[in-house]
Design a protein around this ligand. Structure first.
Ligand code: C2E
Ligand code: MG
Ligand code: MG
Ligand code: MG
Length: 280
């Protein structure tokens, strides 16, 4: 009886896996077609100095709108782009788009604007990544000092030596590095100290956890203190209300990104949003 059960479980497992793989392959073909037909676009979410309300810059985020107007979230298609290798070309295109936008904004007078771009592990460990980055900067004339790459903690674990070397080369170009979704990836703290990084981004789960009158033992607070001890900037992502912003500020975190300030915006909306701010 146990045996039949087991076999049933096995069959169910393979059948559902078959469906999953077929769906992934379909999605992969659709993604490639969308990329080729320019159905992907980049939106920009402002990053803010909580104290002054001044804009620090923005994070570039990829969007996919299908032909029938449906949006597929990046959490769904980025893994497919990674596993199919498509992320290498798509990621390069995002980087170049963000660099172009940075140069455009500088032309409008936003000369302190920092542009942050997400970089996947697959791109990062590609042997030509550095060359791709360098070429994007050269071709677009984006000043490297205003470009920041967001990498995740899990990258830090895969191949520490390669990571250290690549980070050093990126820093030599003048580009800065932040660790995205910090606190979710179980990277070792001793390891973190060895990495040439500039900024920690507190994952929005920890910002979401911030409760009124419950500041002790908050993970967000610990990350802010860690950043201060290591001499790194800290930015909170997913800030949705005033209470969270105030609490973060009381922890010593003065940079934020989240719906409370602005959602990710299309280029046109970003320009309008910037124009309507009291000062820049
Ligand atoms: P991420 O890099 O951690 O980006 C932050 C995510 O939080 C974005 O989701 C953003 O829209 C969302 N967010 C920002 N503020 C708030 C808020 O106040 N509340 C809530 N609930 N959410 C907020 P999005 O755009 O769906 O992107 C999801 C993830 O997909 C990103 O997480 C990033 O890991 C990945 N991704 C997006 N674009 C790219 C890209 O161009 N390249 C790569 N490699 N990954 C990307
Ligand atoms: Mg990010
Ligand atoms: Mg993040
Ligand atoms: Mg995240």
């Amino acid at each position: 009886r146990a045996k039949t059960h087991q076999r049933g479980g096995y069959e169910y497992f393979t059948r559902s896996m078959g469906v999953e793989i077929r769906e992934r392959v379909l999605l992969m073909h659709a993604l490639r077609a969308a990329f080729e037909h320019q159905r992907l676009f980049v939106v920009y979410q402002p990053q803010i100095d909580i104290r002054s309300g001044k804009i620090l810059g923005a994070e570039a985020l990829l969007r996919w709108r299908t032909d029938d107007g449906k949006f597929i979230p990046p959490d769904q298609f980025i893994p497919i782009a990674e596993y199919s290798g498509l992320i290498v070309d798509i990621g390069e295109w995002v980087l170049r788009s963000a660099c172009h936008e940075l140069v455009y904004l500088r032309g409008l007078g936003y000369t302190d604007f920092q542009m942050a771009v997400n970089v996947s592990q697959v791109q990062f460990s590609h042997p030509l990544f550095l060359q791709t980055l360098n070429k994007a900067l050269e071709d677009t004339k984006a000043p490297p000092q205003f470009v920041e790459l967001e990498i995740t903690e899990s990258m830090a674990m895969k191949d520490p030596e390669l990571l250290i070397k690549t980070l050093r080369q990126i820093k030599q170009l003048g580009v800065s590095i932040s660790i995205d979704d910090f606190g979710t990836g179980f990277s070792s703290l001793s390891h973190l100290q060895k990495l040439d990084i500039d900024k920690l981004k507190i994952d929005r789960a920890f910002v979401n956890d911030i409760q009124e009158n419950a500041s002790e033992g908050s993970i967000a607070k610990m990350i802010v203190q860690l950043g201060q001890n290591l001499g790194l900037a800290v930015i909170a992502e997913g800030v949705e209300n005033q209470m969270q912003a105030d609490t973060l500020l009381s922890y010593g975190c003065n940079l934020a990104q989240g719906y409370f300030y602005a959602k990710p915006l299309t280029r046109a909306d970003l320009h309008a949003w910037l124009e309507n701010r009291p000062s820049h």
